[in-house]
Ligand binder design. Structure first.
Ligand code: ADP
Ligand code: MG
Length: 517
């Protein structure tokens, strides 16, 4: 049997009001890739923060054994000295510094008085090649995409001589080919003897790389599955995560569809910077009362741009077209106009523009409808609190209190706060952009239930999603968008993944043919 490199024994960690970890055990063998899975808020990140010394020795109970000895890390420097390097869920690179500077931040090359820049950039380049980047280490971080930034984080870990590499949801903001590259890199490092721990919600990725899978639920270890020995199918892992068989991933709904409530005609949007470039090209569509309408398409098809441009011209240049709501033409020149006309857009980028992470849940919940909690222009703090508690209960947001900062919540619970914020604004039409991205199966199911509840109250939901099964499982009707255009429309019953893909491909071909002629 291979050597046990890491053992975490009976780890218990409590935050005010929450027991995040309750006697958790984890064993990792040298040279393996060990996946840690569990629903949002299960305690995965906390466990890794305990391991790396972010939650220092003394702030938790239990023991950590690494490489044969018991460890008492008081900060990340301690754990890094042993070769334990963690890459966090939120990337922590400094945008206006070079790749090289970021890589050696806190690990500067040269003497403590003078940084050796040639060595910094030279070594920087070497590590970049190892992770498959051809950029110069003198490039600024802000000039490379998130996929490459993630690879820089790994190069940075290598520069610290990582022996145990921990990746906390590394692919949640990467596209498919970037994710594949990263996972293959993990497999290559494994060949070279490295041990890694990966946290991921994407179970297909977990089965691709992991030798063992430890399931955590509500702060406790449920089980560890070994590839080749145990059943490691997705269904099996999901069962461990949610504690029950999830036979139906989409809750049933009795559709009760009414009249058209929003119609968009000949909508056109140009790129905000490259103003001659058309991003949305003559799009027309409608949505009915009580309907869940899907918009399908590949990344870059223009769906978010379409939604944001409708939502008070939050995106784009030279926007023109007609919006008709309840039979009357309306003009939405600002977000306030959109809200006043009871249209809400729930962004895909909840950290960027949906929520104020440094503020408590109660403030975030009422952000889009301050009037609803004010008396004569003054915010009534009791009302604010009560509204936030109502939504917390209604949406089953997992948190001890609405005083909690949103930044401390897990992804699925942040998403619920964002939904609460827009539900409290009481819109007729909710545009949900990737509403379940980066959240686990259990929280996804709850969000689907919320959507069903909204349409049963006669509201309309427009759902933009890159996950086709989700659109197929939830929508009454689906439009297909490709390269700025709507290229097809399918009813929920007739829609299949194949039909949608075919429309996307055929639509893209037509676009090329049009621009060539
Ligand atoms: P996961 O990574 O599995 O999604 P986390 O480890 O982030 O879950 O969170 C576990 C629980 O601990 C959650 O209930 C979360 O809200 C809580 N929690 C995590 N960090 C903090 C913190 N700094 N302060 C208060 N509560 C926290
Ligand atoms: Mg986490």
């Amino acid at each position: 049997m291979a050597k046990i490199l890491l053992e975490m024994r009976n780890i218990t960690k409590t935050f005010p009001g929450v027991k995040a970890l309750d006697n958790v055990n984890l064993q990792v063998e040298e040279g393996e890739i060990h996946a840690l899975v569990g629903e949002n808020g299960a305690g995965k990140s906390t466990l890794m923060k305990v391991l790396s010394g972010i939650h220092p020795y003394g702030s938790y109970e239990g023991q950590i054994f690494y490489d044969g000895e018991e460890c008492h890390f008081t900060n990340t420097k301690d754990s890094e000295r042993k070769g334990i390097v963690i890459i966090h869920q939120e990337l922590a690179l400094v945008p206006y510094m070079t790749i090289g500077e970021n890589m050696f931040l806190g690990n500067e090359q040269g003497s403590s008085f003078k940084i050796n820049w040639n060595e910094t950039f030279g070594k920087g380049n070497e590590y970049l090649r190892i992770v498959g980047l051809s950029e110069s280490s003198r490039t600024l971080i802000k000039d490379i995409g998130v996929g490459k930034q993630q690879l820089v984080e790994i190069a940075k870990a290598l520069a610290k001589h990582a022996k145990l590499l921990i990746l906390d949801e590394p692919t949640s903001s990467l596209n498919e080919s970037e994710s594949k590259h990263l996972l293959d890199l993990m497999l290559k490092f494994k060949e070279e003897g490295m041990t890694s721990i990966i946290i991921s919600h994407k179970l297909n990725e977990v089965s691709y790389v992991a030798d063992k899978i430890t399931v955590i639920r509500d702060g406790s270890t449920i089980e560890t599955l070994t590839k080749g020995v145990d059943d490691c199918s997705e269904a099996r892992i999901i069962k461990g995560m949610v504690g029950r068989e999830l036979s139906d991933r989409f809750p049933k709904r009795q559709s009760n569809i009414g009249e058209v409530c929003l119609e968009v005609r000949n909508w056109n949007v140009n790129h905000p910077l490259y103003t001659e470039r058309k991003i949305v090209n003559d799009v027309s569509f409608n949505v009915k009362k009580g309907e869940v309408l899907g918009i399908s398409g590949l990344m870059g098809a223009g769906r978010t741009e379409l939604a944001m441009s409708i939502f008070g011209k939050s995106y784009g240049e030279a926007i023109h077209g007609t919006i008709i709501k309840d039979g009357k033409e309306i003009h939405l020149n600002s977000v306030e106009d959109a809200i006043r006309n009871r249209i809400a857009y729930v962004t895909e980028d909840r950290k960027g523009n949906g929520l104020i992470l440094s503020n408590p849940i109660k403030i975030n919940t009422t952000l889009a409808n301050l009037k609803g909690v004010s008396n004569h222009g003054v915010i009534d703090r009791d009302k604010e609190y009560k509204v936030a508690v109502d939504y917390k209960e209604k949406l089953r947001t997992k948190t001890p209190s609405v005083e909690q900062l949103v930044g401390n919540l897990s992804g699925g619970n942040q998403q619920k706060v964002l939904l609460a914020k827009w539900m409290f604004a009481d819109p007729d039409i909710l545009i949900l952009d990737e509403p379940t991205r980066g959240i686990d199966v259990g929280a996804k199911y709850e969000i689907y239930c919320i959507i069903n509840q909204l349409v049963s109250e006669g509201k309309s939901v427009i759902m933009i999603s890159s996950e086709m099964p989700e659109l197929l499982g939830m929508c009454d009707r689906i439009y297909v968008m490709s390269e700025g255009k709507f290229v097809g429309e399918l009813s929920g019953e007739e829609a299949t993944q194949e039909k949608i893909m075919e429309m996307i491909i055929r639509g893209a071909d037509n676009t090329v043919a049009n621009s060539a002629s």
